[in-house]
Design a protein around this ligand. Structure first.
Ligand SMILES: [Zn+2]
Length: 634
């Protein structure tokens, strides 16, 4: 091997490149996948398959990698679940550019801390284990300003690794290559400088041959940065040929059928997946994982014209991964399906799918059908009652919500009181709601522990006065504040009533967006138990079409204002009344502010004299789950 001569030739070429404007030809005309097959070694601390890289192991990565060496492609977008090798793809591109086509490069991760870690664990390990790179990149030494954890110099270029939260590093260096890793986890703004991707992109303007690579697991539909980038590209998906009809299809979870057993050990569900098949959407025939993975497969573009604009975008999920058997994917889904937060993680990181804050199941009709007959005004599992009140110019609306263990809730009563909020009679009628005793089946009673009244309308002063007069009943004024990152509840402030600074009332500021996310997540839970939302049947209760239309009136979208992308809740067309969602939000906040010790409350309730010696437990209406179940209609 004439390494030295190759090196010399490289050096000569590099100096030619830096002084010439011609397109650089890699010395051996290798593509990234060829380079990786020849030189890249997987590091033992980061890979179960340490040793030489083999593209044949993950054939779906070949075309993604080689798009990097295609001079026509200026921008590459990769949406991928974890366990498919997306980080290795980025490392291979990095290794290739350092070795074969050097230039200034910027590698941006969500934060500087993540960048430090990534550089030490992944980039340094790759350089250490790849002889060609080791020779070119000097060891990281703190005294040597050219090579540190976040800066790697090599002949003909410099790699800067940084975080999207660091505006100074994003705005200072010109870069021919820009990598954006985990794009959906980036802050929406780099300090006060605005969109970090925009800042990074601006670094490339002086290079005619610049290349931008964006990689991420997807997050929330409509609010995902990588989704937006994927859309403008070629929109390619990895498709297998159906062994029965010959059509090519991308394997998605919706076409996966499976059979499983459930056992309960100490109240905890255990799942055993017996078999998994893929059902072809064209012919309906089923195939196993083994059959599918032996089939011919290729990338199919939905928007091939984008190639002429130089943007290729790829979307890949764990069903193609050699490290993630389908059985394990299904098991992960089963273990997460009852908890929307875990389910979201499975959707994003394994199924490689966007998560919809409002799933299809939660349309008005489905919610109406879900209502149940309560055995009494208060089901036995309700331990605390709170009330949320929304004020409008001609009426007030309220909801009484029951709370049980682990975030399980029961709608108790939704009502409207007509009249202007400056009319005392309106509030007297609300007193009837607040002062009432709500009854369990055995005759025991419960009163509302806390009420939150919206002060944000046109009657702020009236609401303050109403609340001040009812402080002993824990009736408090609230003000909703929209926006990302505002905590749901915070300690209250004293606000003066009218001009008199000495007469004050408590005001709670609520991060209403955080409340909305929690409500939407809870509405997704499909089985009674933790976080499940119960709603009663019966006209007098008020849970009608209008209520559910209001409860499901908003969705999370990505909005661009003054050049910045922000997540914002937006009314869904046709859902113009959102009072039901606001009332529920304020009632949930009241419970959050109270944060009662539910164990103690339960004990107290049971010990009350009018309570029967033994509490009769009401069985909740629970759909019967067969021990073995083909679960394909979720
Ligand atoms: Zn078929």
């Amino acid at each position: 091997m004439s390494k030295r001569t190759t090196d010399k030739r490289l050096k000569a070429l590099n100096s030619v490149v830096s002084s010439s404007v011609k397109h650089f030809k890699p010395p051996e005309n290798l593509t990234v996948s060829e380079w990786a097959d020849k030189y890249r070694r997987l590091s033992p601390e980061n890979s179960a398959e340490a040793g030489p890289w083999r593209t044949t192991r993950t054939p779906y990565l070949r075309e993604i990698m080689d798009a990097f060496t295609d001079p026509k492609v200026r921008r590459l977008v990769v949406v991928a679940s974890s366990q498919v090798g997306k980080t290795e793809v980025e490392l291979n591109m990095l290794g290739y550019l350092i070795d074969s086509d050097p230039g200034p490069a910027l590698f941006v991760l969500p934060t500087v801390d993540v960048a430090q870690d990534f550089s030490k664990r992944r980039i340094s390990a790759m350089i250490r284990d790849c002889k060609r790179l080791k020779r070119k990149v000097a060891e990281s030494k703190s005294r040597d300003g050219n090579n540190t954890v976040l800066k790697k110099q090599f002949p003909g270029g410099m790699l800067t690794i940084t975080g999207a939260n660091s505006p100074s590093s994003l705005a200072s260096i010109p870069a021919r290559y820009v990598f954006g890793d985990e794009r959906d986890r980036w802050p929406l703004s780099a300090g006060a400088e605005g969109d970090p991707w925009g800042l990074a992109e601006a670094r490339t303007t002086t290079f005619y041959n610049s290349k931008m690579v964006e990689v991420s697991t997807p997050t929330i539909k409509g609010a995902s940065a990588i989704e937006a980038s994927f859309e403008i590209g070629t929109r390619e998906r990895w498709c297998y040929q159906c062994p029965d009809c010959g059509e090519y299809h991308n394997i998605t979870f919706s076409d996966i059928k499976f059979d499983f057993d459930t056992t309960k050990v100490k109240g905890k569900k255990n799942y055993k997946v017996n078999s998994v098949w893929w059902a072809c959407p064209s012919c309906g025939c089923v195939s196993t994982e083994n059959q599918i993975k032996k089939q011919p497969a290729k990338w199919i573009a939905e928007n091939p014209d984008a190639y002429n604009q130089g943007v290729r975008s790829f979307w890949i999920n764990a069903f193609a991964s050699p490290w993630m058997p389908w059985e394990r994917i299904v098991l992960k889904f089963l273990q997460a399906k009852d908890d929307p937060h875990r389910l979201k993680v499975v959707f994003n990181t394994i199924l490689g799918e966007l998560w919809e804050e409002r799933g299809d199941l939660e349309d008005e009709d489905a919610m109406l059908a879900r209502r149940e007959e309560y055995p009494a005004e208060l089901p036995d599992n309700v331990l605390v009652l709170t009330c949320g009140v929304d004020t409008q110019d001609n009426r007030i609306e309220y909801e009484v919500v029951g709370h049980g263990h682990y975030g399980e809730t029961w709608g108790i009563k939704k009502g409207i009181i007509m009249g202007r909020p400056d009319n005392p009679e309106v509030w007297e009628r609300l007193d009837d709601v607040i002062d009432r005793t709500y009854r369990y089946k055995d005759g025991k009673g419960l009163k509302i522990s806390m009420t939150c009244i919206d002060s944000g309308g046109h009657y702020t002063q009236e609401v303050y006065e109403v609340c001040r007069a009812r402080q002993n009943k824990r009736v408090f004024a609230i003000k909703g504040k929209g926006g990302d990152g505002i905590p749901y509840t915070a300690p209250p402030n004293k606000v003066p009533i009218r001009e008199n600074k000495r007469i004050t009332c408590w005001l709670y500021t609520l991060g209403v967006d955080s409340g909305k996310s929690q409500i939407m997540a809870a509405l997704k839970v499909q089985e009674p138990g933790p976080k499940y939302c119960h709603f009663p049947r019966g006209e007098e209760r008020g849970y009608d079409t209008l209520f559910f239309n209001g409860l499901l009136s908003e969705r999370l979208v990505l909005k661009r204002t003054r050049g910045r992308d922000r997540w914002a809740w937006e009314k869904i067309p046709g859902h113009n009344r959102n009072e039901a969602l606001d009332c529920r939000n304020y009632a949930m906040a009241a419970f959050r502010i109270l944060s009662p010790d539910l164990e103690a409350v339960e004990k107290r309730l049971a010990e009350r004299p009018e309570a029967k010696a033994k509490k009769v437990k009401q069985p909740t209406a629970r759909p019967k789950m067969k021990s073995s179940n083909v679960y394909d209609d979720w």
